[in-house]
Write a protein that binds this ligand. Structure first.
Ligand code: AMP
Length: 225
């Protein structure tokens, strides 16, 4: 397998971002998170950011045409030509079809879809306690499960920690509803395509990481022989 074109699928709070960070280092792949890209646009106050924010704060999906254009450009950028780790995209069948079409045009195909499964009640507890660094949103903590050494201060760079607007309980419930109604059908979509691999996201992040890493290593081996 010359390329590793991977999707991380799962509900909000399943740990996709955490796993993506680790896999990026293991396999030297760019981590492409639509949520992070959108939050950056919001922070910069761009037109796209202003439009996206309304949907994000309500826990709704940003319109497909905005997202699809953003991603099709990104997967054809230099650092993604040998593979990528998509996190938070696709989120519905229309986006999945658009991704397939874009990859077909480039003569590429998906290697696997990594599904991280976690029950709703656990997700609400995880998301409501999540805190992120204002300076670097990949520095993530949890008030109960992974607290910083000093309350509300990032261990890594001393910046303030904050709660994401969309991690408030009411918004979380809506994000889960959107996941079940719009994103979950992708499980069957990719299972039928023979691409789906399932992981138990209730396990601790190290274990989940080991399982995923072993699965990708096996995929690579199978492809070589
Ligand atoms: P995330 O960090 O992946 O949970 O994304 C945060 C928010 O960004 C979501 O609740 C959506 O409003 C928006 N978003 C992220 N990815 C997508 C996508 N693929 N399609 C539509 N909206 C998205």
């Amino acid at each position: 397998m010359s390329q590793l074109n991977l999707i991380l699928l799962g509900p909000p709070g399943a740990g996709k971002g955490t796993q993506a960070d680790r896999l990026r280092d293991d396999f030297v792949l760019p981590h492409i998170s639509t949520g992070d890209i959108l939050r950056e646009q919001v922070a910069q106050g761009t037109e796209l950011g202003k439009e996206a924010r309304r949907y994000m704060d309500a826990g709704e999906l940003v319109p497909d045409d905005v997202i699809v254009g953003m991603i099709t450009d990104r997967i054809d950028a230099g650092d993604a030509r040998d593979g990528f780790l998509l996190d938070g995209f696709p989120r519905n069948e229309k986006q999945a079809d658009a991704l397939k079409e874009a990859l077909d045009k480039l003569g590429r195909r998906l290697s696997a879809v990594l599904l991280i499964e976690v029950p709703d009640d656990d997700l609400v507890r995880r998301l409501a306690g999540r805190r992120v660094c204002v300076k670097n949103p990949t520095h993530i903590y949890h008030v109960d499960f992974d607290p910083p050494k000093h309350d509300d201060v990032c261990d890594q760079d001393g910046a303030r920690l904050m709660q994401r607007d969309d991690d408030r309980e009411e918004t979380i419930r809506n994000r889960l509803h959107v996941y079940h109604s719009q994103t979950e059908p992708l499980i069957d979509y990719y299972d039928e395509a023979g691409l789906l691999r399932r992981f138990d996201g209730r396990r601790n992040p190290d274990e989940v990481h080991r399982h995923i890493r072993a699965t990708i290593a096996t995929l690579r081996l199978e492809d070589e022989f």
